[in-house]
Unconditional design. Structure first.
Length: 406
């Protein structure tokens, strides 16, 4: 029995050794290498490399809650409003032999009621929006982004509307030439401001679009701030037939100078900005929508209109705006801002001349990075001129805003 047991154990040990030797000869499957996300510090905080690529990506966004009061003119008017807005944005950048390749997308959706609506129906509005979507490749910019008519370095913190070209997003195709030492120039073809062109008042209607707005700028940016000179051409066409012929097309135009000056001698982050704009036949570049109102005073802003002889007559206007941003403490800042605008037409125009001025201030507390809690008050006055019985009027509005950027 002992002999049998010894033979069995010896055979088992030999078989195990043989199997182990054969297993050692087999290929061993290695675990896949783990590719960790790498931080990309080339383009600032928040960027990381997309695994397996040399493209840096930043995911960001914003949540805004805002509550507004607007002085009503009648009992039927809303005087309060609520707004909630969400934003998600992606910024992808890759260094190439031709320069930076960048793709940027910003998506927003708002839910608003009351004074944020165009009517007094009391309903709510939801507005999904592709606010920006563009590609940059070297000096080329294609897609939807901020118009190159404005100086994007202006540190305006106003929430209410001022009359200057205040960061509008438009569809465009542009090229920027960089000359070094802070100097650059941009030529841009843009969808433009067509909203204020109205030729329907004297037997005319707008004709189809044939040319984009042509926008150009010259810019200098340095440690002290930045300065920009901008210009725009805007085509005006009528489909009306007068004397058997179409009215000749006209070119509206606008020019603007904008400057932003850093004031670190007052406090870190302080800045002063100024903007002056003149427009002839392109009043959208003053920051106006077609219909304006303050209290019971109202007006219509026209790029152009048809005169009695069938010729296109243009509206003219100018505006000046400015603001000062001051940090009382590293977490508390205040802005004071205002604008003045004047629009004039000929004696046969279907709309009246008017002046408008606005002034306001806000106070913002940022207890932690990326969080703003603030209030703003804005006073506005509209004065139609040349209309019998049309008086000027003014109004107050206020906002409470809580905003988180990430």
């Amino acid at each position: 029995m002992k002999l049998v047991k010894s033979l069995f154990l010896g055979s088992a040990a030999g078989l195990a050794a043989a199997v182990g030797a054969q297993a050692a000869d087999l290929p061993v499957a290695k675990a896949a290498a783990v590719e960790y996300v790498r931080v990309c510090s080339t383009y600032g905080a928040g960027f990381f490399y997309i695994p397996g690529t040399e493209t840096c990506l930043r995911v960001g966004g914003r949540v805004r809650a805002e509550y507004s009061y607007l002085e009503p003119t009648t009992r039927a008017n809303n005087s309060i409003g609520f707004l909630a807005r969400g934003r998600v944005q992606l910024d992808a950048r890759t260094a190439t032999a031709y320069g930076l390749l960048r793709a940027f997308v910003r998506m927003e959706m708002s839910r608003n009621t009351g004074v944020y609506q165009q009517t007094n129906s009391g309903g709510a509005g939801t507005s999904p929006n592709i606010a920006q979507a563009y590609i940059q490749f070297g000096g080329l910019t294609a897609g939807r982004t901020t118009s190159f008519f404005t100086n994007g370095d202006i540190a305006n913190e106003n929430w209410g509307t001022l009359r200057f070209y205040d960061y509008p997003d438009v569809n465009l195709l542009a090229y920027t030439f960089s000359f070094g030492n802070g100097f650059s120039a941009t030529l841009s073809l843009e969808e433009g401001s067509f909203a204020t062109t109205d030729l329907a008042n004297l037997a005319g209607v707008n004709a189809g679009q044939r040319l984009p707005d042509v926008v150009g700028n010259l810019k200098y940016a340095g440690t002290w701030g930045s300065a920009q000179l901008s210009g725009a051409l805007h085509q005006i066409r009528s489909n009306a037939v007068v004397g058997g012929e179409y009215a000749d097309s006209e070119l509206g135009w606008a020019v603007s100078g904008m400057v932003n000056v850093n004031l670190p001698m007052l406090a870190e982050g302080d800045a002063l900005w100024l903007a002056a704009t003149y427009a002839d036949g392109a009043l959208g570049y003053l920051g106006f929508d077609p219909d304006i109102s303050v209290g019971i005073a109202s007006g219509t802003v026209l790029d152009a209109y048809l005169g009695p002889d069938g010729d296109i007559e243009t509206g003219r206007g100018w505006s000046v705006a400015g603001g000062l941003n001051h940090y009382w403490t590293p977490t508390i800042r205040q802005s004071l801002f205002g604008s003045y605008a004047r629009v004039e037409y000929g004696t046969t125009a279907p709309s009246a001349d008017f002046t408008e001025w606005r002034v306001g201030s806000n106070l913002i507390w940022s207890p932690v990075s990326g969080l703003d809690i603030g209030v703003e008050a804005l006073y506005s006055n509209l004065n139609p001129r040349g209309i019998v019985g049309a008086d000027d009027d003014d109004a107050w509005e206020g906002r409470l805003r809580i905003q988180r950027d990430f």
